[in-house]
Design a protein around this ligand. Structure first.
Ligand code: 5GP
Ligand code: MG
Ligand code: MG
Length: 178
C-alpha cells in the first residue's frame, strides 16, 4: 500500500512520557532487591532500552517472543510462545514491557502464562495504549501515552517489519495510487 507517515508523538514527547513512567516504577519498586524486566520482542526493544536506563536499583533483563496470528493489523488471540525466557521467574518481581496494548489479547495470554510460573509480583508497562480498542480487560499499571484508534509505526512498532527504527511515533496514512 502506498502511504505517507505523519508524526504523532515526537522524540521529546516520548522522553517526557518515559520520565514519568520511570518515576512511578522507581517509586513502586524502591523496596525490592531485584527487578526482572521482561520485553516482548520485537516491538518492545526500543522502549525497553530507553526505560531500563531510567531505572534505579538492581535491574535484570530478559526477553520473550510471542507470536499472535491474525491479520497484519489485528491480533487474533491465538498467541504462541516462539521464544521463551532464559530463566525461571518463580519468586521474582517481574515487569513486563510492551510497545502497545490494543485489543489486549496478546498481553492477557502472556500474563496468564507468566502468572502460572508463580512470580512474586507481575506488572505491565506498555508505552502506548489504545483504550478504545480493548476486547480483553488487562490491568496495565504503567502507560506512556494513550492514543486514538490509528495504526502507528516507529519507536519499535513496524509496518511489514519496516519503520521500527524511527525515533518518533507516526501515523500511517494511505496515499493515492494504492
Ligand atoms: P493486541 O493483542 O493488544 O491486540 O495487540 C498487540 C500487538 O499488536 C502489539 O504488540 C503490536 O505488535 C500490534 N499492534 C497493535 N496496534 C498496533 C499499531 O498501531 N501499530 C503497529 N505497528 N502494531 C500494532
Ligand atoms: Mg508487541
Ligand atoms: Mg507488528
Amino acid at each position: 500500500m502506498k502511504h505517507t507517515l505523519e508524526v504523532m508523538i515526537s522524540e521529546q514527547e516520548i522522553n517526557q512520557a518515559l520520565d514519568t513512567m520511570a518515576e512511578q516504577i522507581n517509586r513502586d519498586y524502591a523496596g525490592v532487591d531485584s527487578l526482572l524486566v521482561v520485553g516482548l520482542l520485537k516491538g518492545s526493544v526500543i522502549v525497553m532500552s530507553d526505560l531500563v536506563r531510567r531505572l534505579d536499583g538492581n535491574v535484570q533483563m530478559d526477553f520473550m517472543t510471542a507470536s499472535s496470528y491474525g491479520s497484519s493489523t489485528e491480533s487474533s488471540g491465538d498467541v504462541k510462545i516462539v521464544m521463551d525466557l532464559a530463566q525461571s521467574i518463580k519468586g521474582r518481581h517481574v515487569l513486563l514491557v510492551e510497545d502497545i496494548i490494543d485489543t489486549g489479547r496478546t498481553l492477557s495470554k502472556v500474563l496468564a502464562l507468566l502468572n502460572s510460573r508463580e512470580p512474586a509480583s507481575l506488572a505491565i508497562a506498555s508505552f502506548l495504549d489504545k483504550p478504545t480498542r480493548r476486547v480483553v480487560d488487562v490491568d496495565v499499571k504503567y502507560t506512556g501515552v494513550a492514543i486514538p484508534d490509528e495504526f502507528v509505526v516507529g519507536y519499535g512498532l513496524d509496518y511489514a517489519e519496516s519503520y521500527r527504527q524511527l525515533p518518533y511515533i507516526a501515523k500511517v496514512v494511505p496515499s493515492d495510487g494504492e
